[in-house]
Design a protein around this ligand. Sequence first.
Ligand SMILES: [Zn+2]
Length: 421
Amino acid sequence: MHRTLIVAALASLAACAPEPEAPVRVSALVLTNSGTYVPQEVQLTTVTNVVSMEGVVAKLVGGARIRSDSQDPELINAPTEEAFGNAMIKGGGRDVTASFITHDGVLWPADFHTWNMVTAYYNFEKAFDYFRTVGNIPLADFGDPITVYYFPEFILADTSGEALKDNALYFPPVQAFMVLPFDELQRAPLAINAGIMAHEYSHLIFNKKVYGGRRLPEALIQWSGFAASPGANLLKSLDEGLADYHGFGTTCDSPTGCDTRFLRTSFDDKFSNDRDLAKSDRCMDVFLRTSLNQDNLSTFGGAGREYVVGSILASALYQAGQAGGLAQHKTLQRALVSAYSDTTPNNPGLAQLVNLTLGDQTNFNLISASAVIINHITDLPLKTAVCNEFIDHLAIPASALSTVCPPSAQGGNTCPRLPNP
Ligand SMILES: [Zn+2]
Protein backbone atom coordinates (compact mmCIF):
# COMPACT_ATOMS: atom_id res chain seq x y z
CA MET A 1 0.00 0.00 0.00
CA HIS A 2 1.25 3.46 -0.83
CA ARG A 3 2.42 5.13 2.35
CA THR A 4 0.12 8.13 2.03
CA LEU A 5 -2.84 5.73 2.02
CA ILE A 6 -1.52 4.09 5.15
CA VAL A 7 -1.13 7.46 6.82
CA ALA A 8 -4.70 8.32 5.89
CA ALA A 9 -5.95 5.00 7.25
CA LEU A 10 -4.08 5.51 10.49
CA ALA A 11 -5.33 9.04 10.84
CA SER A 12 -8.95 8.06 10.43
CA LEU A 13 -8.52 5.28 12.98
CA ALA A 14 -7.12 7.69 15.51
CA ALA A 15 -9.81 10.29 14.90
CA CYS A 16 -12.72 7.90 15.13
CA ALA A 17 -11.90 5.69 18.07
CA PRO A 18 -13.92 4.87 20.07
CA GLU A 19 -16.94 4.58 17.81
CA PRO A 20 -19.22 1.85 19.13
CA GLU A 21 -22.71 1.26 17.79
CA ALA A 22 -25.70 2.56 19.74
CA PRO A 23 -26.69 1.81 22.40
CA VAL A 24 -23.47 3.10 23.89
CA ARG A 25 -22.72 2.47 27.55
CA VAL A 26 -21.39 5.65 29.09
CA SER A 27 -21.06 7.14 32.51
CA ALA A 28 -23.11 10.31 32.98
CA LEU A 29 -23.93 12.53 35.95
CA VAL A 30 -27.32 11.46 37.28
CA LEU A 31 -29.31 12.89 40.19
CA THR A 32 -29.60 10.70 43.29
CA ASN A 33 -32.10 10.77 46.14
CA SER A 34 -29.66 12.73 48.27
CA GLY A 35 -29.87 15.61 45.79
CA THR A 36 -26.38 15.21 44.38
CA TYR A 37 -25.24 14.18 40.91
CA VAL A 38 -23.05 11.11 40.74
CA PRO A 39 -21.46 9.14 37.89
CA GLN A 40 -23.84 6.42 36.81
CA GLU A 41 -23.78 4.02 33.88
CA VAL A 42 -26.46 4.88 31.34
CA GLN A 43 -27.12 3.96 27.72
CA LEU A 44 -27.17 6.46 24.90
CA THR A 45 -29.61 4.78 22.53
CA THR A 46 -29.59 7.28 19.66
CA VAL A 47 -25.97 8.39 19.43
CA THR A 48 -24.17 7.71 16.13
CA ASN A 49 -20.81 9.28 16.99
CA VAL A 50 -19.99 9.52 20.64
CA VAL A 51 -16.77 11.50 20.02
CA SER A 52 -18.46 14.33 18.13
CA MET A 53 -21.58 13.86 20.29
CA GLU A 54 -24.10 13.48 17.53
CA GLY A 55 -27.04 11.24 16.94
CA VAL A 56 -30.72 11.11 16.08
CA VAL A 57 -31.67 13.59 18.81
CA ALA A 58 -28.95 16.22 18.74
CA LYS A 59 -25.61 17.30 17.41
CA LEU A 60 -23.26 19.27 19.64
CA VAL A 61 -21.25 22.09 18.06
CA GLY A 62 -18.45 23.89 19.88
CA GLY A 63 -16.97 27.34 19.54
CA ALA A 64 -19.85 29.06 17.72
CA ARG A 65 -20.42 32.82 17.85
CA ILE A 66 -24.03 34.05 17.75
CA ARG A 67 -24.95 37.69 17.88
CA SER A 68 -28.37 39.33 17.81
CA ASP A 69 -28.17 43.07 17.16
CA SER A 70 -31.00 45.21 15.83
CA GLN A 71 -28.42 47.57 14.27
CA ASP A 72 -26.65 44.79 12.39
CA PRO A 73 -27.04 45.51 8.62
CA GLU A 74 -26.78 41.78 7.88
CA LEU A 75 -29.87 41.21 10.00
CA ILE A 76 -31.71 44.29 8.77
CA ASN A 77 -31.16 43.37 5.13
CA ALA A 78 -31.79 39.64 5.46
CA PRO A 79 -34.41 38.85 2.80
CA THR A 80 -35.92 35.81 4.52
CA GLU A 81 -36.50 34.45 7.99
CA GLU A 82 -33.88 31.80 7.34
CA ALA A 83 -31.32 34.36 6.15
CA PHE A 84 -32.12 36.42 9.23
CA GLY A 85 -31.40 33.49 11.53
CA ASN A 86 -28.25 32.56 9.67
CA ALA A 87 -27.01 36.17 9.76
CA MET A 88 -26.91 35.90 13.56
CA ILE A 89 -24.41 33.07 13.31
CA LYS A 90 -21.12 34.94 13.10
CA GLY A 91 -19.07 31.82 13.57
CA GLY A 92 -20.54 28.38 12.84
CA GLY A 93 -18.23 26.55 15.22
CA ARG A 94 -16.93 23.02 14.79
CA ASP A 95 -17.37 19.46 15.97
CA VAL A 96 -16.78 18.91 19.65
CA THR A 97 -14.37 16.18 20.69
CA ALA A 98 -15.41 14.10 23.64
CA SER A 99 -12.66 12.21 25.38
CA PHE A 100 -13.17 8.88 27.15
CA ILE A 101 -11.47 6.18 29.13
CA THR A 102 -12.94 2.74 28.52
CA HIS A 103 -13.54 0.73 31.67
CA ASP A 104 -15.30 -2.67 31.58
CA GLY A 105 -17.00 -1.74 28.32
CA VAL A 106 -18.27 1.57 29.69
CA LEU A 107 -17.01 4.90 28.35
CA TRP A 108 -15.95 7.15 31.21
CA PRO A 109 -15.60 10.86 30.39
CA ALA A 110 -11.97 11.85 30.75
CA ASP A 111 -12.51 15.57 31.36
CA PHE A 112 -15.10 17.93 32.72
CA HIS A 113 -16.48 19.05 29.36
CA THR A 114 -17.02 15.46 28.31
CA TRP A 115 -18.98 14.83 31.53
CA ASN A 116 -21.05 17.92 30.79
CA MET A 117 -21.60 17.06 27.10
CA VAL A 118 -22.43 13.39 27.65
CA THR A 119 -24.88 14.28 30.39
CA ALA A 120 -26.43 17.02 28.21
CA TYR A 121 -26.89 14.57 25.34
CA TYR A 122 -28.34 11.99 27.71
CA ASN A 123 -30.78 14.57 29.09
CA PHE A 124 -31.88 15.59 25.58
CA GLU A 125 -32.38 11.92 24.76
CA LYS A 126 -34.62 11.49 27.82
CA ALA A 127 -36.70 14.53 26.83
CA PHE A 128 -36.95 13.20 23.27
CA ASP A 129 -38.09 9.80 24.65
CA TYR A 130 -40.70 11.52 26.78
CA PHE A 131 -42.26 13.43 23.88
CA ARG A 132 -42.09 10.36 21.64
CA THR A 133 -43.73 8.00 24.13
CA VAL A 134 -45.74 10.02 26.65
CA GLY A 135 -46.37 12.81 24.11
CA ASN A 136 -47.07 10.31 21.31
CA ILE A 137 -45.21 12.42 18.73
CA PRO A 138 -44.25 10.36 15.65
CA LEU A 139 -40.51 9.98 15.04
CA ALA A 140 -40.77 11.73 11.66
CA ASP A 141 -42.10 14.89 13.31
CA PHE A 142 -38.85 15.48 15.18
CA GLY A 143 -36.97 16.15 11.94
CA ASP A 144 -33.18 16.38 11.75
CA PRO A 145 -30.99 16.21 14.84
CA ILE A 146 -31.20 19.54 16.60
CA THR A 147 -28.04 21.61 16.82
CA VAL A 148 -26.78 22.23 20.34
CA TYR A 149 -24.26 25.04 20.49
CA TYR A 150 -21.99 24.05 23.33
CA PHE A 151 -20.30 26.93 25.17
CA PRO A 152 -20.91 29.43 22.36
CA GLU A 153 -20.29 33.15 22.56
CA PHE A 154 -23.90 34.39 22.60
CA ILE A 155 -24.49 38.13 22.59
CA LEU A 156 -27.82 39.94 22.69
CA ALA A 157 -26.31 43.29 21.73
CA ASP A 158 -29.47 45.32 22.38
CA THR A 159 -29.32 44.26 26.03
CA SER A 160 -25.59 44.01 26.70
CA GLY A 161 -22.32 43.82 24.85
CA GLU A 162 -21.24 40.98 27.10
CA ALA A 163 -21.65 37.35 26.16
CA LEU A 164 -24.38 35.60 28.17
CA LYS A 165 -23.36 33.03 30.77
CA ASP A 166 -24.91 30.49 33.11
CA ASN A 167 -27.88 29.56 30.99
CA ALA A 168 -29.28 26.96 28.67
CA LEU A 169 -31.96 27.80 26.18
CA TYR A 170 -33.76 26.96 22.98
CA PHE A 171 -33.28 29.89 20.59
CA PRO A 172 -35.76 29.64 17.69
CA PRO A 173 -34.12 32.23 15.35
CA VAL A 174 -31.18 29.89 14.86
CA GLN A 175 -33.28 26.74 15.47
CA ALA A 176 -30.83 25.49 18.04
CA PHE A 177 -30.20 24.97 21.72
CA MET A 178 -27.40 26.69 23.52
CA VAL A 179 -25.52 25.50 26.57
CA LEU A 180 -23.75 28.66 27.66
CA PRO A 181 -20.48 28.87 29.59
CA PHE A 182 -20.48 29.04 33.38
CA ASP A 183 -19.68 32.15 35.29
CA GLU A 184 -21.24 32.58 38.69
CA LEU A 185 -23.66 29.69 38.96
CA GLN A 186 -22.72 27.91 42.16
CA ARG A 187 -24.98 24.92 41.79
CA ALA A 188 -25.50 22.15 39.25
CA PRO A 189 -24.73 23.31 35.69
CA LEU A 190 -27.98 23.55 33.75
CA ALA A 191 -26.91 20.98 31.16
CA ILE A 192 -26.68 18.39 33.95
CA ASN A 193 -30.14 19.19 35.33
CA ALA A 194 -32.43 16.81 33.41
CA GLY A 195 -35.63 18.67 34.33
CA ILE A 196 -34.26 21.98 33.08
CA MET A 197 -33.05 20.48 29.82
CA ALA A 198 -36.48 18.90 29.35
CA HIS A 199 -38.08 22.30 30.02
CA GLU A 200 -35.92 23.74 27.22
CA TYR A 201 -36.67 20.79 24.95
CA SER A 202 -40.38 21.50 25.52
CA HIS A 203 -39.85 24.92 23.95
CA LEU A 204 -38.57 23.19 20.81
CA ILE A 205 -41.70 21.01 20.69
CA PHE A 206 -43.97 24.03 21.28
CA ASN A 207 -42.16 25.88 18.49
CA LYS A 208 -42.49 22.94 16.09
CA LYS A 209 -46.15 22.26 16.82
CA VAL A 210 -47.74 25.58 17.78
CA TYR A 211 -45.54 27.89 15.67
CA GLY A 212 -45.03 25.46 12.78
CA GLY A 213 -41.28 25.46 13.42
CA ARG A 214 -40.98 29.13 12.51
CA ARG A 215 -37.81 30.96 13.51
CA LEU A 216 -39.83 34.13 14.00
CA PRO A 217 -43.36 32.97 14.87
CA GLU A 218 -45.94 34.94 12.90
CA ALA A 219 -48.29 35.54 15.83
CA LEU A 220 -45.54 36.85 18.11
CA ILE A 221 -44.26 39.22 15.42
CA GLN A 222 -47.71 40.52 14.43
CA TRP A 223 -49.28 40.68 17.87
CA SER A 224 -46.36 42.26 19.68
CA GLY A 225 -46.59 45.17 17.23
CA PHE A 226 -49.61 46.54 19.11
CA ALA A 227 -49.52 48.64 22.29
CA ALA A 228 -51.35 45.82 24.08
CA SER A 229 -50.41 42.30 23.03
CA PRO A 230 -52.59 39.94 25.10
CA GLY A 231 -52.34 37.10 22.60
CA ALA A 232 -48.54 37.22 22.47
CA ASN A 233 -48.35 37.50 26.27
CA LEU A 234 -50.56 34.45 26.64
CA LEU A 235 -48.62 32.42 24.08
CA LYS A 236 -45.39 33.04 25.98
CA SER A 237 -47.12 32.14 29.25
CA LEU A 238 -48.51 28.91 27.83
CA ASP A 239 -45.08 28.03 26.44
CA GLU A 240 -43.42 28.50 29.87
CA GLY A 241 -46.14 26.82 31.93
CA LEU A 242 -46.37 23.79 29.67
CA ALA A 243 -42.56 23.52 29.62
CA ASP A 244 -42.54 23.34 33.43
CA TYR A 245 -45.26 20.68 33.47
CA HIS A 246 -43.45 18.60 30.83
CA GLY A 247 -40.13 19.14 32.64
CA PHE A 248 -41.80 17.70 35.72
CA GLY A 249 -43.20 14.90 33.55
CA THR A 250 -39.74 13.77 32.46
CA THR A 251 -38.55 13.57 36.07
CA CYS A 252 -41.22 10.92 36.72
CA ASP A 253 -39.33 8.53 34.43
CA SER A 254 -36.01 9.15 36.21
CA PRO A 255 -34.53 6.95 38.97
CA THR A 256 -35.42 9.53 41.63
CA GLY A 257 -39.04 9.83 40.53
CA CYS A 258 -41.44 12.75 40.08
CA ASP A 259 -39.93 16.05 41.17
CA THR A 260 -42.04 19.21 41.30
CA ARG A 261 -39.00 21.30 42.34
CA PHE A 262 -36.59 20.17 39.67
CA LEU A 263 -34.99 23.63 39.52
CA ARG A 264 -33.65 23.29 43.07
CA THR A 265 -30.31 21.68 42.26
CA SER A 266 -29.41 24.59 39.95
CA PHE A 267 -31.14 27.59 41.52
CA ASP A 268 -31.71 29.06 44.97
CA ASP A 269 -34.66 28.23 47.21
CA LYS A 270 -36.75 31.28 46.39
CA PHE A 271 -36.47 30.81 42.66
CA SER A 272 -37.16 27.07 42.97
CA ASN A 273 -40.15 27.60 45.26
CA ASP A 274 -41.62 30.21 42.92
CA ARG A 275 -41.74 27.54 40.23
CA ASP A 276 -42.58 24.51 42.42
CA LEU A 277 -45.49 22.81 40.68
CA ALA A 278 -46.80 21.43 43.96
CA LYS A 279 -47.54 24.90 45.31
CA SER A 280 -51.31 24.68 45.29
CA ASP A 281 -52.41 28.24 46.13
CA ARG A 282 -51.23 30.18 43.09
CA CYS A 283 -53.97 32.42 41.78
CA MET A 284 -54.54 34.80 38.92
CA ASP A 285 -55.08 38.25 40.42
CA VAL A 286 -56.40 41.51 39.03
CA PHE A 287 -52.93 43.03 38.57
CA LEU A 288 -51.59 40.04 36.66
CA ARG A 289 -54.71 39.70 34.55
CA THR A 290 -54.58 43.39 33.67
CA SER A 291 -50.92 43.08 32.70
CA LEU A 292 -51.67 40.00 30.61
CA ASN A 293 -54.47 41.77 28.78
CA GLN A 294 -53.13 45.31 28.48
CA ASP A 295 -49.32 45.24 28.40
CA ASN A 296 -47.10 44.92 25.41
CA LEU A 297 -44.95 41.78 25.30
CA SER A 298 -41.84 43.89 25.96
CA THR A 299 -43.29 45.04 29.31
CA PHE A 300 -44.94 41.74 30.17
CA GLY A 301 -41.88 39.66 29.24
CA GLY A 302 -39.47 42.27 30.60
CA ALA A 303 -41.00 41.73 34.03
CA GLY A 304 -40.88 37.94 33.61
CA ARG A 305 -44.66 37.66 33.93
CA GLU A 306 -44.86 34.81 31.43
CA TYR A 307 -43.26 32.72 34.18
CA VAL A 308 -45.76 33.93 36.78
CA VAL A 309 -48.79 33.15 34.60
CA GLY A 310 -47.02 29.98 33.40
CA SER A 311 -46.53 28.78 36.98
CA ILE A 312 -50.22 29.23 37.75
CA LEU A 313 -51.05 27.13 34.70
CA ALA A 314 -48.39 24.50 35.53
CA SER A 315 -49.52 24.05 39.12
CA ALA A 316 -53.19 23.92 38.02
CA LEU A 317 -52.31 21.12 35.58
CA TYR A 318 -50.26 19.40 38.29
CA GLN A 319 -53.17 19.49 40.75
CA ALA A 320 -55.55 18.12 38.13
CA GLY A 321 -53.22 15.28 37.21
CA GLN A 322 -52.24 14.49 40.77
CA ALA A 323 -55.74 13.31 41.72
CA GLY A 324 -55.21 10.20 39.58
CA GLY A 325 -51.51 9.61 40.22
CA LEU A 326 -48.76 9.03 37.69
CA ALA A 327 -50.96 7.42 35.03
CA GLN A 328 -53.27 10.43 35.14
CA HIS A 329 -50.34 12.81 34.69
CA LYS A 330 -49.23 10.90 31.62
CA THR A 331 -52.75 10.96 30.19
CA LEU A 332 -52.87 14.70 30.72
CA GLN A 333 -49.38 15.24 29.27
CA ARG A 334 -50.33 13.32 26.14
CA ALA A 335 -53.58 15.27 25.82
CA LEU A 336 -51.68 18.56 26.13
CA VAL A 337 -49.27 17.65 23.35
CA SER A 338 -52.22 16.60 21.16
CA ALA A 339 -53.70 20.06 21.76
CA TYR A 340 -50.64 21.84 20.32
CA SER A 341 -51.74 21.28 16.75
CA ASP A 342 -54.86 19.52 15.50
CA THR A 343 -56.26 19.81 11.99
CA THR A 344 -59.42 17.82 12.84
CA PRO A 345 -62.46 19.89 11.75
CA ASN A 346 -64.23 21.50 14.72
CA ASN A 347 -61.48 20.56 17.15
CA PRO A 348 -58.68 23.08 16.55
CA GLY A 349 -55.36 22.84 18.34
CA LEU A 350 -53.51 25.87 19.68
CA ALA A 351 -51.74 26.34 16.32
CA GLN A 352 -55.10 26.45 14.55
CA LEU A 353 -56.58 28.79 17.17
CA VAL A 354 -53.60 31.11 16.62
CA ASN A 355 -54.28 31.12 12.88
CA LEU A 356 -58.00 31.69 13.36
CA THR A 357 -57.37 34.65 15.64
CA LEU A 358 -54.37 36.18 13.87
CA GLY A 359 -56.42 39.21 12.83
CA ASP A 360 -57.66 39.91 16.37
CA GLN A 361 -55.48 38.65 19.18
CA THR A 362 -58.10 39.42 21.83
CA ASN A 363 -59.76 36.21 20.60
CA PHE A 364 -56.69 34.23 21.63
CA ASN A 365 -57.33 34.46 25.36
CA LEU A 366 -57.45 32.38 28.54
CA ILE A 367 -60.96 31.19 27.73
CA SER A 368 -60.40 30.13 24.12
CA ALA A 369 -56.96 28.61 24.78
CA SER A 370 -58.29 26.73 27.83
CA ALA A 371 -61.19 25.43 25.74
CA VAL A 372 -58.75 24.04 23.15
CA ILE A 373 -56.80 22.24 25.89
CA ILE A 374 -59.94 20.92 27.61
CA ASN A 375 -61.38 19.69 24.30
CA HIS A 376 -58.33 17.47 23.89
CA ILE A 377 -58.85 15.69 27.21
CA THR A 378 -61.10 12.68 26.67
CA ASP A 379 -60.99 11.14 30.15
CA LEU A 380 -64.04 12.62 31.92
CA PRO A 381 -62.75 12.76 35.52
CA LEU A 382 -59.52 14.33 34.25
CA LYS A 383 -61.40 16.81 32.08
CA THR A 384 -63.53 17.77 35.05
CA ALA A 385 -60.46 18.19 37.24
CA VAL A 386 -58.73 20.44 34.69
CA CYS A 387 -61.91 22.50 34.30
CA ASN A 388 -62.14 22.96 38.06
CA GLU A 389 -58.48 23.97 38.38
CA PHE A 390 -58.63 26.41 35.47
CA ILE A 391 -61.84 28.04 36.71
CA ASP A 392 -60.34 28.39 40.17
CA HIS A 393 -56.67 29.29 39.59
CA LEU A 394 -56.86 31.11 36.26
CA ALA A 395 -60.01 32.95 37.39
CA ILE A 396 -62.06 31.94 34.37
CA PRO A 397 -65.82 32.21 34.98
CA ALA A 398 -67.38 28.72 34.94
CA SER A 399 -70.02 30.00 32.54
CA ALA A 400 -67.31 30.87 29.97
CA LEU A 401 -66.28 27.20 29.79
CA SER A 402 -69.79 25.72 30.00
CA THR A 403 -69.71 24.48 26.41
CA VAL A 404 -66.51 22.45 26.95
CA CYS A 405 -66.68 21.48 30.63
CA PRO A 406 -69.06 19.07 32.38
CA PRO A 407 -71.86 20.91 34.23
CA SER A 408 -70.48 19.67 37.56
CA ALA A 409 -67.27 21.66 37.02
CA GLN A 410 -67.84 24.93 38.84
CA GLY A 411 -64.30 25.45 40.10
CA GLY A 412 -62.55 24.86 43.39
CA ASN A 413 -62.40 27.42 46.17
CA THR A 414 -58.68 28.00 46.63
CA CYS A 415 -58.62 31.34 44.82
CA PRO A 416 -60.89 34.37 45.14
CA ARG A 417 -63.25 34.92 42.20
CA LEU A 418 -62.24 38.07 40.34
CA PRO A 419 -64.63 40.72 39.08
CA ASN A 420 -65.26 40.57 35.35
CA PRO A 421 -62.56 42.46 33.47
ZN1 LIG B 1 -38.64 28.36 29.47
